[in-house]
Design a protein around this ligand. Structure first.
Ligand SMILES: [Zn+2]
Length: 185
């Protein structure tokens, strides 16, 4: 599946989930929610921005393993992260004695989690060193990245089986999830 299609489908997913939750909790007291989370409205906005950016990044990051560098991620501001994941892919493939290939290590759940630890490990060290102890942002960023990557793997899975219909089938799955959120409110 092409990078733009991943971005489009993931963008639709985030927007529709956001609208569904806004609809379901439209009468909820936001200040009560913020008091439970122990954050203020500004921090809540930052969390939302982090979730959006990291899920969108995760939705194209697995394609750092393409052979010709022609995937969307290499033509975005996330290009340095794509190169980092390319190096991680080479190292993991070597350790496993496998030939490096597209949809190899970076398209597997364990490879995804290990590669992310290589990215977040140095970030954690820096954060700790500079005394910036906002662990909540880092945990949410990590989980959002994993969710974006798993969405990518699921979209590729559908693409392998249904090709041109994969986008429609993905949107049907999404509609079922949205309906479930709204019905069970
Ligand atoms: Zn892919």
């Amino acid at each position: 599946m092409k990078g733009n299609t991943h971005l489009l489908l993931t963008g639709i997913t985030l927007t529709s989930l956001y609208l569904s939750f806004t609809y379901v909790y439209k009468n909820a007291d936001l200040s009560y929610l913020l008091s439970i989370l122990k954050i203020n409205i500004f921090e809540f906005s930052i969390y939302q921005i982090i979730v959006f950016i990291m899920v969108m990044l995760g939705s194209i990051l697995p394609d750092s393993d393409v052979k010709d560098n022609n995937s969307k991620i290499f033509h975005s501001i996330f290009m340095p992260i794509a190169w980092l994941y390319r190096i991680i892919d080479i190292i993991f493939s070597f350790i496993q004695g496998q030939t490096r290939r597209h949809r190899g290590v970076l398209h597997s759940p364990y490879g995804t989690i290990l590669a992310n630890l290589c990215l977040f490990g140095p970030i954690l060290v820096l954060v700790y060193y500079f005394g910036f102890h906002s662990w909540g942002y880092i945990i949410v960023a990590y989980l959002s990245l994993v969710i974006g990557q798993f969405i990518h793997i699921f979209q590729d899975y559908l693409y392998d089986r249904f090709r041109m219909l994969s986008g429609i089938i993905y949107l049907i799955c999404l509609t079922i999830v949205l309906a479930a959120i709204i019905i069970t409110k």
